[in-house]
Structure formats: C-alpha cells, structure tokens
Design a protein around this ligand. Structure first.
Ligand SMILES: *[C@@H]1O[C@H](CO)[C@@H](O)[C@H](O)[C@H]1NC(C)=O
Ligand SMILES: *[C@@H]1O[C@H](CO)[C@@H](O)[C@H](O)[C@H]1NC(C)=O
Length: 309
C-alpha cells in the first residue's frame, strides 16, 4: 500500500505557498539585504573604510542614489527566493518520502538533520545563478558610471553573464553558497533546541509559548549569523569580482577569507552583521505569517468549495 494520492497535489501547493511566503517576506527585507552586500564589498582591495556603519551606508545610498535604489535587484532577490525555497522544500519532501517508503517509519532527528542539510545544499546550488545576478545588481550603483555592468533586469543579467562569461559563471561562488546553507542549517538545528531547553529549564524557568520561542530563535539566529557571515562575505566577493588583465581578484573562498582578514582586519569578515541579523527575524516571522494566511485562505476558499461539490 502506498501513500494516499491526495498528498501529491497538496505537496505542490505546499511548495508554492512556501515559495510565495518567502518571496513576500523578501520584498520587505530587501533594503537590509542590499545594505549588507554593500557593506561586504566596501573596502575590497584598498582596505579603506567606505562607511562608518550600516546606518551611514544606508544614508549614503539614499542620498546619492535615491530611495528606490534600495530596491535594485528585487527581481533577482525574488527569483533566488523562489528557486532556493521551492527546491529545498521539494527535495526535502522527496527524501522524506523515499525514507518512509524504504524503512516504513518516520526519520529520527539525525536522519532529518542529514536530509535537511542535503536539501539545503541542493537548494543553494540551484539558487546560485539568481544569487550571482542579485549580488552584481545590488553592488552596481556604487561604481563609477563607466565601470557599471548596467544589467536591466534579472533575466538580462542571467543572459548577459551566460554570453559574456559562459554558463559556468552563473555558478560562481557556489562552494561558499552551499557551505553557508549547510552551516546555517546545522547551527540552527543544533542551537535552537539547546537555547529553548536553557530558557525553559535554566534559571529563567520560562513557560512554553511565544516568548520562549522568540528568545530561543533570537539567540539561535545570532549564533547562525556569526557562524555563517565569513562564508557569506566570501560568496559576495567572489560573485561580484571582475577579471582584470586575465587575472581574477580572488582565487577562491580561502583566498578571500585570508586576504580580507589580513588587509581589512579580522573583524571585517563580519562586515554587514547588523543588517544581516536585523533581516533574519522579520524574514522568518513574515514568512510564517504569510504562510498561515495562504493556508487559511486556501482552506476557506478551495477546500470548502471542494467539500461542497
Ligand atoms: C534545515 O533542515 C530542516 C530539516 O531538518 C528544515 O526543516 C529546515 O527548514 C532547514 N532550515 C534551513 C534554514 O534550511
Ligand atoms: C554602462 O553604462 C555606462 C553609461 O551609459 C557606460 O559608460 C558603461 O560602459 C556601461 N557598461 C557596460 C558594461 O556596458
């Protein structure tokens, strides 16, 4: 006996809603993402500090390029969210189903962790082209006009990267992208339950409920941000780099880490920490709220309509 066929249609809806709610949240946090990227690129090569802090960075962008500049690359951000979230959810569900079919019982914590990490890594790989387009579009405005790439949209960016640099260029920085996704997932999975246990059973004796979940996820998010930022800056620098006289600026992930630490200071590996951390909470909460609303609407309008047939 196999799973009831009804589940397959609802899976498609689940991926769609997962992708859509992530995209909705992305629209709200896009300016923070742009500021993070600009912070990460600032000081590349020269080591000179371009901005005092993230607020100064945002102020500078708004006064030099206008408020709308905070939303450059939104198309790429949405495409990244759509490709990454949907493929991650899809692969995770597929692996889960395969596990059930083979072993006839639900996967335990460890197996879920492995499948989550594999799904996250695959999703990150699939999402890399959109990410390359995003990084390049968000960073273009800081360059002098003559040096800009002038991508007009995400599709234009993808097709120009393919024709100008070859298909492989779309997967520039996929190694740190995949590594980052895996670190994010493992840190999150490992730390969230630990923090929750601490707040519940430790000196604070918090009750199960929203405040407890909030505290645990804020701290877990802080740890996740700290562990994943160095790979994030490596990803940003590699995806944005240009080849000058046949020589790429960086040779790879390790080269970025080493040179940023040496030329700009060890803590520069965490450039853009503030906007990155501030983006995390609202993105998670908004995705969750939007998902709830989509599910509710689906149940009221579609499922009840089906039931009435
Ligand atoms: C990490 O993996 C788990 C499954 O173990 C999944 O539920 C979760 O959404 C993943 N998180 C991220 C940020 O990829
Ligand atoms: C982008 O546009 C500017 C101004 O029109 C131009 O100087 C520059 O060469 C363009 N960049 C590319 C890569 O075509």
């Amino acid at each position: 006996m196999s799973a009831p066929p009804k589940k397959h249609t609802s899976n498609a809806i689940k991926f769609l809603f997962g992708g859509l709610s992530g995209m909705g949240a992305t629209i709200v946090v896009q300016p923070l993402d742009l500021v993070k990227t600009r912070m990460q690129i600032s000081g590349a090569g020269s080591g000179k500090k371009e901005f005092r802090n993230s607020f100064h960075c945002m102020q500078t962008i708004v006064s030099k390029e206008g408020v709308l500049a905070l939303y450059t690359g939104i198309g790429a951000a949405l495409l990244r969210q759509a490709t990454y979230t949907t493929s991650r959810l899809g692969i995770y569900t597929y692996l889960n189903d395969q596990f059930l079919e083979r072993f006839k019982h639900n996967p335990g914590v460890l197996h879920s962790m492995v499948m989550g990490t594999v799904a996250g890594a695959c999703g990150a790989f699939i999402g890399t082209p959109a990410e390359v387009a995003l990084i390049r579009m968000t960073s273009d405005g800081r360059l002098p006009v003559a040096e800009r790439r002038n991508y007009t949209s995400v599709l234009n960016a993808l097709s120009r990267i393919t024709t100008e640099e070859g298909v492989a260029a779309l997967w520039k920085g996929s190694l740190p992208t995949v590594g980052r996704a895996m670190i994010v997932n493992m840190t999150q999975l490992a730390s969230y339950s630990q923090f929750k246990a601490y707040f519940r059973d430790g000196p604070l004796k918090m009750q199960e409920g929203i405040p407890l979940h909030f505290c645990a996820s804020m701290l877990s998010g802080l740890l996740t941000t700290m562990t994943s930022m160095p790979l994030d800056i490596a990803k940003t620098r590699i995806q944005n780099m240009k080849t000058i006289d046949g020589k790429p600026e960086y040779r790879g992930t390790v080269d970025v880490l080493y040179r940023v630490a040496r030329q700009e200071g060890l803590f520069s590996l965490w450039k853009g920490f503030t906007p990155y951390y501030c983006r995390l909470g609202p993105h998670t909460v908004l995705t969750f709220i939007l998902l709830e609303q989509l599910n509710k609407a689906y149940n009221t309008y579609i499922n009840s309509a089906k039931a009435n047939v």
